[in-house]
Design a binder for this molecule. Structure first.
Ligand SMILES: [Zn+2]
Length: 109
């Protein structure tokens, strides 16, 4: 079972208290953008076997959204952080690098 730390209410919660929100750090494109950019925003998502950044909502708790960095192959969780951040905190990147040297995800390394 997947267990994540909710950074808002500082509790360890299992996946039955959470709702998955898909990929984190999706760059949004609005009116005036190129059709291909908007299409990619709507439909193209990462689906890696390994390091992944995801959105989660503590739906049966505080109700707030947060982001998680985890490994989809091993279910290892590298850390969780506020959904109001635009990129993963350096501490989480360092934790990933310690376990997965040379990792990359989108523009993050
Ligand atoms: Zn919470």
């Amino acid at each position: 079972m997947l267990i994540l730390h909710c950074p808002h209410c500082d509790r360890m919660v299992d996946e039955t208290d959470l709702h998955a929100g898909g990929e984190a750090h999706v760059k949004r494109f609005g009116p005036g953008s190129e059709a291909e950019e908007f299409e990619n925003y709507l439909f193209m998502r990462e689906n890696p076997k390994g390091v992944h950044f995801e959105r989660w909502r503590h739906v049966y708790g505080c109700g707030k959204w947060f982001l998680a960095a985890r490994n989809t192959a091993t279910l290892e969780v590298y850390g969780t952080y506020s959904a109001q951040t635009t990129e993963p905190p350096q501490a989480i990147r360092d934790a990933i690098s310690a376990k997965q040297p040379g990792w990359s995800w989108g523009t993050f390394q």
